[in-house]
Design a protein around this ligand. Sequence first.
Ligand code: SF4
Length: 339
Amino acid sequence: MADTTDRRRVLLAAPRGYCAGVDRAVIAVERALEQYGAPIYVRHEIVHNKYVVATLERKGAIFVEETAEVPEGEIVIFSAHGVAPAVRQEAERGRLATIDATCPLVTKVHKEAVRFAEADYDILLIGHEGHEEVIGTSGEAPDHITLVDGPEDVANVQVRDPEKVVWLSQTTLSVDETMETVDALKGRFPLLVSPPSDDICYATQNRQTAIKRVAADADLVLVVGSRNSSNSARMVEVALGAGARAAHLVDNAGEIDEAWLEGVGTVGLSSGASVPEVLVDEVLEWLAARGFADVEVVQPMREHIQFSLPKELRRDLRAEAAAKVAAASAAPGASADGS
Ligand code: SF4
């Protein structure tokens, strides 16, 4: 039998790492720190990544569990995962200034939930119990939403009217497992309505498609991401399902066990949607030092999506820019036409 370690290579999946929602949320905290000065409070981890959170903490962000911990009059940023209306009301009562960094694709699911609840549907929300996004979405219509945590949960679902039921989902699930859950739900509720467009976001879907391609040819798959990152954890499951002999989630190169490389010729590598590229670079360096310097990019699609900054921040940045222009034109020596 051929020695699989004769040729050592890395298949680097793309797209990987930061999605548009994470990029926007992280930049929002950075710009808020520049604009208003430290400290800036952030409710929950702005994105589920230890490195990102620690970096922002060093710059002056303070992460809190609840808005009640934020002193009156201070600024609090809501994380990319979204919040329930009750959290916004609590912030208002505490006289906090808020910046909403909820990903627009999560907001889309919130709006769907509100619309179907207003039409008096029972909403079956496919997602993981306790995940912040699920808590936020459920809070939009608590009397109408039932959480369905995977196909095995379907038998327990109770609805008021089986002819008026819709399913929605968390944005960061495994596409294949979600469709299994939907099929099982349709078996129980044949008139189940589907969401108007995919709730699992483009970034989650693209990262899963890319890791599947890589995993099919890999002896070992490494996914860089934190344990509490749903989309990163799903990528490990998807890689195993797609044929990888082994797959591991690591926060950084320091967490890789050298023993995992035994008998390995091809390493597949990717990262979750909340992971900065510097952490992938470190893993590539770590692998190169162990003979895996040959890197081949596997890119089934490209991404071009970008989101604008939260509106509260854009408003203040615009006001500041306008004030600077006004001050410059009022300065002695400035001419009416600005020349
Ligand atoms: S993973 Fe998807 S839903 Fe979550 S922040 Fe990124 S783009 Fe938005």
